[in-house]
Design a protein around this ligand. Structure first.
Ligand SMILES: Nc1nc2c(ncn2[C@@H]2O[C@H](COP(=O)(O)OP(=O)(O)OP(=O)(O)O)[C@@H](O)[C@H]2O)c(=O)[nH]1
Length: 612
């Protein structure tokens, strides 16, 4: 592994950054956020604090950590090496301070003592061991300034020291100390994912400036700026008055509620099959942003199974194949017709009222979901699939299949996931509702079964919610729901940024774009020549101010006819999804709407960042 290669690369500046501060101020979490892109889980947030030190050898043993250490700041390629330390005042930190380029000195904005120790203990210690290293002051756990402290204290372990409102420090306190010491000041929150980049980019700047003084011949450092001022944190809006529950997350418009998407599966792209006959339509984006198991499942390479079975030869893979064959037989066997007929009965009888039976609970032509698979051969054998019994106890198989959309009745490519036979439909729906909304109804009947499914799917927060209800502590679930939304918001943003799950059909890639003005017009066209694009632009200019019109060619070659898409009602910052060859009717438009739901969800969470 190229662990220390960075030290030898001529134009890469390797920077040793030591992070110090009192116990439990958030040093390790801050480091993990930068080095491993880690966010705080509900458990870590509520668990009793155990002093930990992030091991420096991560740069040697973990390629991803090493890669994340590399960055470019003010045109300088750097490799940032973070050193965690113990917060215990009596520990010897000489080893960590040695040859450090910059020191990040942390305190917690919810602990005035930790700020006091910055002046009385930490700054003198730093100046003693590394007098030349620049220092950056960081106020951690910034989110606690805006949190409902009563709820936070209630949710923490009984022995944890409660956070008192009068202990929360305003930003001026930190700034005052920083000014007194003559060092820059930043605030961060790992929970709200704020300020982490600010701190380390500016720590790098401080280190590079100091290096420039000593190594004046290094001309590539000439553009390095002094540490910059931090943009203010925009706190989330308080819940609307009279809104009732403290969660404050469901979008106001009923149609935009994620739970609504489960009942009325607009643009579903997944079919979950229970007990071989019950089908539930769902959405990859919702499942995978709230459950890592589903995330891994949907990102799984479905074409891998061939190689695997070849490699494994016998054993469970063969058994799995045999099992698949049995399923096949059953699909083709005498009970096939019976089962096909039973979809309607089973679903509608179970849940839907007489009025709502129609769209989502209908049997679709994807009854052939396993008939058309590659185990059977033939021309539809191109569809990819995988047996999952050895991968997870929750799933039996996954497969791509042409199936009928439950709302538009059009045939389209869907992912069909067969769930383990121990999973019961009623509790499974409650689990799905949690995955869509982060909520669990206290009065849910079969809590034990819900807990069982949560365990199979490794949704441990839901498991905790069940335990809270059983212990008559359901009030604690509000906090879990809040953390669920923060976590999911981050995941949705990540998916939007990376384009994960943005396309349903790999043969027809989709594009996600951003709109920059009210009533502006955004238009995507297949790769046309310059004059054609100019004509389109001129045409649109008749209806919209010309400076608001943008015509962009698609990066992919279109499968369908030339098409242009005009979104009139998009607002600033909207993410739009467009695809070559679609009209405003049909399922792709629905897909577009689903992304609009997601976007409005982000907006509603007030965490929708301005960057796309
Ligand atoms: N609310 C909130 N809690 C945080 C944040 N960062 C860390 N914490 C919590 O603060 C506690 C301490 O975090 P650590 O990162 O382990 O603290 P540390 O400074 O490394 O502590 P020592 O290992 O004892 O030196 C943990 O319970 C974290 O969950 C944050 O940004 N917001």
């Amino acid at each position: 592994m190229d662990s220390d290669m960075d030290y030898e690369r001529p134009n890469v500046e390797t920077i040793k950054c030591v992070v110090v501060g009192d116990n439990a101020v958030g040093k390790t979490r801050l480091i993990c956020a930068r080095a491993c892109n880690a966010t705080l889980t509900q458990y870590q947030l509520l668990a009793t604090h155990v002093p930990t030190v992030w091991a420096i050898d991560q740069y040697r043993v973990c390629q991803e950590v090493l890669e994340r250490s590399r960055d470019v700041v003010d045109d300088v390629s750097v490799s940032l090496r973070l050193w965690d330390t113990f917060g215990d005042h009596h520990k010897d930190r000489r080893f960590a301070y040695g040859r450090s380029d910059v020191v990040v000195l942390c305190f917690s904005i919810a602990n005035p003592n930790s700020l006091h120790h910055v002046k009385t203990m930490w700054y003198p210690e730093i100046k003693h061991f590394c007098p030349r290293a620049p220092v950056i002051l960081v106020g951690c756990q910034l989110d606690l300034r805006y949190a409902d402290l009563e709820a936070v204290n209630r949710a923490r372990r009984p022995l944890a020291r409660p956070i008192k409102p009068n202990e929360i420090l305003p930003p001026e306190k930190g700034r005052e100390v920083a000014k007194e010491l003559g060092i820059p000041y930043y605030e961060t929150s790992v929970v709200a994912q704020f300020g982490v980049k600010d701190v380390f980019d500016n720590a790098i700047r401080a280190a590079l400036i100091s290096r420039r003084h000593l190594q004046f011949w290094k001309s590539h450092l000439r553009n390095v700026q002094r540490p910059l001022l931090q943009a203010p944190f925009l706190p989330p809006k308080p819940p609307p008055p009279g809104g009732g529950g403290g969660g404050g997350d469901p979008p106001s418009n009923n149609e935009e509620r994620p739970a609504h998407l489960l009942e009325d599966p607009l643009c579903a792209d997944v079919i979950l099959v229970l007990q071989e006959k019950i089908k539930i339509y769902a959405h990859k984006i919702y499942l995978s942003t709230s459950s890592s198991k589903f995330y891994d499942l949907f990102l799984m390479d479905l074409s891998e199974e061939d190689q695997q079975s070849a490699a494994a030869g016998h054993g469970h893979v063969a058994a799995a194949a045999e099992r698949m064959l049995h399923q096949e037989e059953r699909h083709h066997g005498r009970d096939f017709l019976l089962r096909a007929a039973s979809f309607d009965i089973c679903e509608s009888a179970e849940e839907a009222g007489p009025g709502q039976r129609q769209p989502c609970l209908r049997a679709s032509t994807s009854d052939g979901i396993l008939r058309g698979n590659r185990y059977e051969g033939g021309e539809r054998g191109l569809r990819r699939g995988r047996n999952l019994s050895s991968w997870s106890r929750a799933f039996t198989s996954i497969q791509e299949e042409m199936a009928e959309d439950p709302l538009t009745y059009k045939s389209k490519l869907m992912v069909v996931v067969k769930m383990d036979s121990s999973i019961q439909p009623g509790p499974f729906r409650a689990v799905l509702k949690y995955l869509y909304t982060g909520e669990l109804d206290e009065n849910e009947r079969d809590l034990m079964h819900i807990a069982h499914i949560a365990e199979l799917l490794e949704v441990f927060d839901l498991r905790m919610m069940v335990a809270n209800i059983l212990n008559n502590e359901a009030f604690m679930n509000q906090e879990i729901t809040k953390a669920f939304h923060v976590r999911r918001t981050n995941r949705v943003k990540e998916c939007l940024a990376k384009g994960t799950f943005s396309g349903m059909d790999p043969a027809r890639p989709l594009g996600v774009h951003r709109v920059w003005g009210q009533s502006s017009c955004f238009c995507s066209v297949p790769p046309l020549g310059f004059w054609s694009r100019f004509a389109v632009w001129g045409f649109l200019g008749l209806f919209f101010p010309p400076d608001k019109v943008s015509v962009k060619p698609f990066p992919c070659s279109p499968a369908g006819p030339a098409a242009l898409f005009i979104y009139r009602r998009a607002a600033k910052g909207d993410f739009l999804l467009s695809q070559p060859g679609f009209s405003h009717e049909g399922d792709e438009f629905s897909h577009f709407q689903a992304w609009m739901f997601i976007k409005s969800y982000l907006k509603q969470r007030e965490l929708c960042s301005t960057s796309s």
